[in-house]
Design a protein around this ligand. Structure first.
Ligand code: URA
Length: 232
């Protein structure tokens, strides 16, 4: 098996990322740093990525977590803040988060040890829609809604077409469901700020056709076969 596929199957990185790791000298086979991404892994080979021995056969695990506000989407945090990994306690596999949610954003976060799956779901090229429920300040006019749908300049970047619908109008706030197909840093917050309605609360409620549903805040569960297939 090609070394990049072997690394992806171990869940450490996508195939593309694996090629980068090899290029950067982070991969060893039988204690020798690999020079070529064309290497074929043989029976009995010991493969190390960043000094850690990996194995391709680890069973694939796919989880959804209802991330609470106040957790970092990362495996580790330099500042010792709580990370989403603190919430996933009884899973053997070395799962990692797929994409990220801000510290102050709650909702649907996928975790897996399948590098190729993570790349596909998180990468904008594959355009898996991410749906958010945003409670924003003020009233959203028809014109503003049309702008969100058409594309908003968020500072040197115009967002691509999105779905956006008002789900609730409160005296001083509006609740909007918005589906975007790209994932710029703090994109949803920037989009609402750009139209003059800053976000007060943000929750991701779906990725593609997979919905958060009634999962308790801080809780997690395995994805069903159908959900995994739908995202693939
Ligand atoms: N957009 C944001 O602004 N924040 C998130 O966490 C996700 C999307």
């Amino acid at each position: 098996m090609r070394i990049n596929k072997y690394i992806a199957m171990s869940g450490v990185a996508s195939r593309r990322k694996a090629d980068e790791l090899i290029e950067n000298g982070n991969v060893k086979v039988n204690s020798i740093t690999l020079k070529s991404p064309g290497y074929d892994v043989k029976e009995g080979d010991i493969v190390e990525v960043n000094g850690r021995i990996i194995e391709a056969e680890e069973k694939k695990v796919y989880l959804m977590l209802n991330k609470p506000v106040g957790y970092i989407t990362s495996v580790k945090d330099e500042h010792m803040r709580p990370t989403v990994m603190d919430l996933v306690t009884d899973i053997e596999a070395r799962v990692f988060p797929v994409g990220r949610l801000d510290f102050n954003t709650s909702g649907l976060l996928l975790l897996t040890n399948d590098g190729d799956f993570a790349y596909k779901v998180a990468h904008p090229k594959h355009s898996t829609g991410k749906t958010y429920r945003a409670k924003v300040q003020g009233i959203i006019s028809r014109e503003k809604l049309a702008k969100l749908r058409r594309g908003v300049d968020i500072g040197g970047f115009v967002t691509s077409p999105a779905q956006a619908n008002i789900v609730k109008e409160l005296p001083k706030h509006t609740v909007v469901e918005i589906t975007i197909h790209e994932g710029r840093y703090r994109q949803v917050r920037k989009m609402f700020k750009a139209i003059g309605n800053p976000v007060e609360e943000l929750e991701r409620i779906a990725i593609g056709s997979v919905k958060l549903g009634r999962l308790a805040v801080g809780g997690y569960r395995k994805l069903t076969k159908e959900e995994i297939e739908a995202l693939k």
